[in-house]
Design a protein around this ligand. Structure first.
Ligand code: UDP
Ligand code: MG
Length: 314
């Protein structure tokens, strides 16, 4: 089974040659055909030049160069599109991931997993603005998606190409590949991997990533749980809200009609009206969602299930 190593590169000029040499050493030691797919994500330094010269000398190397910077998620998505191997390894281009972990990940995968994710248990990044938010984010993501990993942020992962076929990546969603894959019924494992401090270049992210990740989590959760049945979420909210509003309005009406209590001085009337309106909106949103879900699945010919294998007599 051919191995494709996908590496996003954005302004990593000092790291590229070292990474390539180290990675090549490791891959030559593994008895499988391989390729290295570098995605140059619109680098403004000499990265592309260096990648081109490596590619000239080594026909295991593929370079995809973006017209501008589209972000790490887009770079990885391109890597999946252009990779020709059956097994895909993803890793960072900044030497923080250790190529020597690849054989270990492969061995774990051969135990029968579809995806093996790295866990940077001795992560070499600043504590306050990187490790702490990441710890909290990992807890939340694990809880919400039900896929319990210690380290969602680790780019070093290995999986069958199959998995990428059903996954469309947007925003910062490359880190949710395990959660999405698990939603499609994949078997997932986690293995401890080495992590090294960044020696050259600078990190491309700051603290604001945490918020963006949480927002993406919201999308992923919705897509995983309710994308095929939006009316069940919005309809439920609509019924609760509308029902509550209806009850309050009913009580007010009875009091007004049969007991002569004035309505004008009852602020709760406003609440009833608000709840009924919200209920109607939720239900219409759910119905629109149902239409959208049909367009989404039927326009792409995308089934609402995923099949592992089919057993039948010819
Ligand atoms: N990267 C990219 N496009 C971007 C930002 C980052 O391709 O817009 C690449 C970057 O070159 C590196 C990897 O994604 O190979 C991870 O980035 P970084 O090391 O900055 O993230 P950190 O390790 O600090 O989380
Ligand atoms: Mg890094």
């Amino acid at each position: 089974m051919k191995l494709s190593v996908v590496i996003p590169i954005y302004n990593e000029e000092e790291n590229i040659q070292l990474l390539y040499d180290e990675l090549k050493g490791v891959l030559q030691g593994i008895d499988r055909p391989y390729e290295i797919v570098f995605i140059d994500d619109g680098s403004s330094d000499r990265s592309l030049e260096l990648l081109e010269s490596i590619q000239q000398q080594d026909n295991h190397v593929v370079v995809v160069s973006f017209r501008r910077n589209f972000g790490q998620t887009a770079a990885m998505a391109a890597g999946f599109d252009y990779a020709t191997g059956e097994v895909i390894v993803t890793m960072d281009g900044d030497l923080q991931n250790d190529p020597h972990d690849i054989p270990g990940l492969l061995a774990k995968m051969d135990e029968g997993y579809d995806l093996v994710s790295g866990w940077r248990f001795n992560r070499q990044d600043a504590f306050i603005n990187r490790k702490l938010p990441s710890m909290i984010a990992n807890k939340i993501i694990s809880k919400v998606t039900g896929v319990h990993l210690h380290d969602y942020g680790c780019t070093l992962k290995i999986f069958h190409k199959e998995i990428t076929k059903g996954i469309q990546l947007y925003g910062e969603m490359h880190r949710f590949i395990p959660a999405i894959a698990s939603g499609m019924g994949s078997r997932i494992a986690e293995v401890k991997v080495n992590h090294r401090p960044r020696r050259f270049g600078t990190s491309k992210y700051g603290i604001s990533r945490t918020i963006r990740v949480i927002l993406d989590l919201l999308t992923v959760k919705f897509l995983l749980s309710y994308a095929t049945r939006p009316i069940q979420v919005f309809g439920m909210l609509g019924i609760i809200s509308g029902g509550l509003g209806f009850i309050i309005a009913l009580v007010l009406t009875i009091e007004r009609q049969f007991f002569g209590m004035p309505l004008a001085n009852r602020p709760i009337l406003l609440l009833a009206v608000l709840l009924i309106f919200m209920g109607m909106q939720f239900i219409s949103m759910g119905l629109l969602g149902e239409l959208q879900a049909r367009t989404y699945h039927e326009a792409q010919g995308k089934p609402i299930y995923t099949v592992r294998k089919i057993l039948r007599k010819e």
